[in-house]
Structures are given as structure tokens and as C-alpha cells.
Ligand binder design. Structure first.
Ligand SMILES: Cc1cc2nc3c(=O)[nH]c(=O)nc-3n(C[C@H](O)[C@H](O)[C@H](O)COP(=O)(O)OP(=O)(O)OC[C@H]3O[C@@H](n4cnc5c(N)ncnc54)[C@H](O)[C@@H]3O)c2cc1C
Length: 314
């Protein structure tokens, strides 16, 4: 008889873990208070960029494994997933960013390839975009097609759940289901504007500056961002939207001429380190915690899902 696993959470972390567990032979059911399109994961920009997540070595391993998986998905025409050029720009001249070190396909940008005179250095890198609307809908459809029941409800205690084993992927709310006090919200706001001609994702992620990025998608462009620790308010702030659009116009001047379509807020599950750990419930059943992916849940999801599967099934 195969192992039955209950996954708590239907964001990118819960859904990718569910799919990998099913592929490895487990019977999976999912319980979540919110389902796509109403998760934090749906708000994500969502391009490959290891941001605000630790520890460094594991993040490098998970992110690089996930990059390979997204490339395979892009080549298989999975909805929303595409390979994209990324360009990281810097105001201070710096050496190659650590997150890109050793990654094939990285190249130093020439001065005339930088989008604004304020930037003094830049690196092109191979990124991927996983447009969360179609991509998360595809994940839901895949796990359902493999037999997962998805129940929408609030879980009050992991002990109340059925199954031989539990995967706990409740994102920023993980503190209410554990004793963990290290998980905190890192509020992020994005503004969507009309589509751009350029397909390149441009990001400015440099100490001393709020992160900003421009992510061209099929029907719109996501402009970010912000990062406010311990802020739980998910209402969009008009003044912040204005600041975001001003920063983004330095990354892609076309942004300034595009109509504003809307703004969204999400709560990144910030933790000093991702918690990916095997533990036991009071009755001895195994639980694998998988939360705290900060600003990189899309970037890390597949690598983490494969570790969850190894921890439970091998
Ligand atoms: C503005 C913004 C931009 C971002 N851009 C990027 C990006 O470009 N690239 C990238 O890699 N990452 C990005 N991120 C980060 C990414 O969105 C997160 O790391 C990721 O969504 C975390 O996924 P998750 O599945 O852990 O959490 P969530 O998507 O929040 O899913 C948690 C799930 O658990 C459920 N849940 C919680 N508590 C309970 C409970 N008690 N009972 C039942 N269910 C429960 C929720 O309902 C939900 O289904 C961005 C985030 C924001 C806010």
C-alpha cells in the first residue's frame, strides 16, 4: 500500500511538493484555506531570482535545480512558463553577483545595454518566468488529474489531519501551526501596466535600495517592488505604487507610457532560513515542514519539492 500524504497549503510550495510526491507513488490530498488564484504565490512576479531566502548553499542548490525544471517545463509548453533573458543592474560597480556565480550563460552587459545612466554595471543571466495565473492553475490541474482531493478549509492543528504523513507548506502563516517565531511577513507590492515590446526581465537588487524589477508578461507587465518587514496589511498603497512606477521607469523607460492596470500585495514568508525539515507529530507520524521561502518561493519550489519527497519516501 502506498503512503498517504496530506499537504497543507496550495501555494507553489505545497503544489509542487504534492506533484513530486504523487510522481514518486504517494497518494496525496491537499488542504488549504486559500486556493489559486488567491494565494501569495499568485501575487509573485514570478521570475527566477534567489531573493531574501537562506541558507546560501541550499538556496543555490534548490534554485539551480528549479531553473533546470522550469526550462524543461518551458520546452514542454507548460502554460505560463517561458525562458527569459534577465538583466541585473547596479548603481555601484560590483563584481558578478553571488547568485549568478558559475551559472552558464551569464555575461557582463556593455554600457550601451544598461537602461539608464544611473546604472554602472549589469549582468545578463538566463532566467525563467512562471506566470503564476496559468502556471499555478496547471499545477492544480496536474495534481487533481493524478487523484489528489483538494479541500478548502482552515487547519487549526497539524495533529487534526489524516494521512500517514503530513507536508506543512502554509507560507507566512506557518507560525500559527507551529511554535516557530522566526517566520515573519515581508510585505511586497506590485503594479501591473500594459505589455511591453521588450521580453527582458530587468531587476535592480542592490544593498541600500528597495528592490525594483520589470517583468514583461504576455498580456501585461509586472512592476515591483517593495519589502516591508512585519507588515500584514494586504491593501495596495497608492503612494507606493507611484514610487514603484518611478523606479521601474529607470529599468525600462517604456513603462512610463503604459496604462496602469492595477496593484496587488502579497506577504512573503520571511525567515532567516527556509525550514525544510523532517519532524514528528505527537502521535509519531512524520511531518515535513517546507516554509519560509521569502522572496524566492517560485525560484526554489522544485528543488525543495524533491527534497521533501526524498525525506518522506526514501
Ligand atoms: C510582490 C511579490 C513578488 C514576488 N516575486 C517573486 C518572484 O519573482 N520570484 C520568486 O521566486 N518569488 C517571488 N515572490 C515570493 C513568493 O511569492 C513566495 O516565496 C511564495 O509564494 C511562497 O509560497 P508558499 O506556497 O510557501 O506560500 P503561499 O502561496 O502563501 O501558500 C500558502 C498556502 O497555505 C495555506 N494556509 C496557510 N495557513 C493555513 C491554515 N491554517 N490552514 C489551511 N491552509 C493554510 C494558504 O491558504 C495557501 O494555500 C514574490 C512575493 C511577493 C509578495
Amino acid at each position: 500500500m502506498s503512503l498517504s500524504v496530506t499537504v497543507v497549503g496550495a501555494g507553489v510550495i505545497g503544489l509542487t511538493a504534492a506533484l513530486r510526491l504523487q510522481e514518486a507513488g504517494a497518494r496525496v490530498s491537499i488542504v488549504a484555506r486559500e486556493l489559486p488564484p488567491n494565494t501569495t504565490s499568485n501575487v509573485a512576479a514570478a521570475f527566477w531570482h534567489p531573493y531574501e531566502a537562506g541558507p546560501i548553499e541550499a538556496v543555490e542548490r534548490w534554485s539551480r535545480r528549479s531553473l533546470d525544471v522550469y526550462r524543461e517545463l518551458a520546452r514542454a509548453h507548460v502554460p505560463g512558463v517561458s525562458e527569459r533573458d534577465g538583466l541585473m543592474v547596479f548603481e555601484a560597480s560590483v563584481s558578478e553577483p553571488a547568485s549568478l556565480r558559475g551559472l552558464p550563460g551569464v555575461r557582463h552587459a556593455r554600457g550601451d545595454e544598461l537602461p539608464d545612466p544611473r546604472f554602472r554595471a549589469g549582468w545578463f543571466f538566463p532566467s525563467v518566468l512562471a506566470d503564476t495565473g496559468p502556471f499555478l492553475a496547471w499545477l492544480v490541474e496536474r495534481v487533481r488529474a493524478r487523484g489528489a482531493a483538494i479541500e478548502q478549509r482552515e487547519v487549526r492543528s497539524l495533529d487534526e489531519l489524516g494521512g500517514d504523513a503530513i507536508v506543512h507548506a502554509s507560507g507566512v502563516w506557518a507560525g500559527s501551526l507551529t511554535e516557530d517565531r522566526e517566520i515573519r511577513p515581508l510585505r511586497g507590492q506590485v503594479v501591473s501596466v500594459g505589455p511591453l515590446e521588450s521580453r527582458t526581465i530587468v531587476v535592480h537588487d542592490e544593498p541600500g535600495h528597495p528592490i525594483s524589477y520589470v517583468v514583461p508578461r504576455e498580456h501585461d507587465t509586472i512592476c515591483g517592488g517593495s519589502a516591508d518587514l512585519d507588515q500584514w496589511d494586504t491593501r495596495a498603497d497608492a503612494a507606493l505604487s507611484k514610487r514603484i512606477l518611478e523606479s521601474c521607469a529607470h529599468l525600462a523607460p517604456e513603462v512610463a507610457s503604459r496604462p496602469v492596470l492595477g496593484a496587488k500585495v502579497g506577504l512573503r514568508p520571511k525567515r532567516p532560513n527556509v525550514r525544510l525539515e523532517h519532524a514528528r507529530l505527537a502521535d509519531g507520524r512524520p511531518v515535513v515542514h517546507d516554509y519560509g521561502h521569502g522572496g524566492a518561493g517560485i525560484t526554489l519550489a522544485w528543488g525543495c519539492a524533491e527534497d521533501v519527497t526524498r525525506l518522506l519516501l526514501s
